[in-house]
Design a protein. Structure first.
Length: 56
C-alpha cells in the first residue's frame, strides 16, 4: 500500500496494474506548494528549481 500521485499512476490505474485501496471517500485532494528565497542559491538548488518550474 502506498500514497502515489494520480498524475504519475493514471495509466497504471487505467490498465488495471494498480487499484485503489479504498472507497472514493478516502481520496483526499492535495496541493503541494514550494516556496523559495529570491536570492541566488547553490548550483544544485538552482537546478532543482529550474526542473520544478519546467514541470508546470
Amino acid at each position: 500500500m502506498a500514497w502515489l500521485p494520480q498524475s504519475l499512476v493514471a495509466a497504471d490505474l487505467h490498465a488495471g496494474r494498480l487499484v485503489l485501496a479504498g472507497p472514493e471517500r478516502w481520496q483526499i485532494p492535495l496541493q503541494v506548494r514550494l516556496y523559495r528565497d529570491r536570492s541566488i542559491l547553490s548550483q544544485s538548488a538552482e537546478m532543482f528549481w529550474e526542473a520544478v518550474c519546467d514541470g508546470d
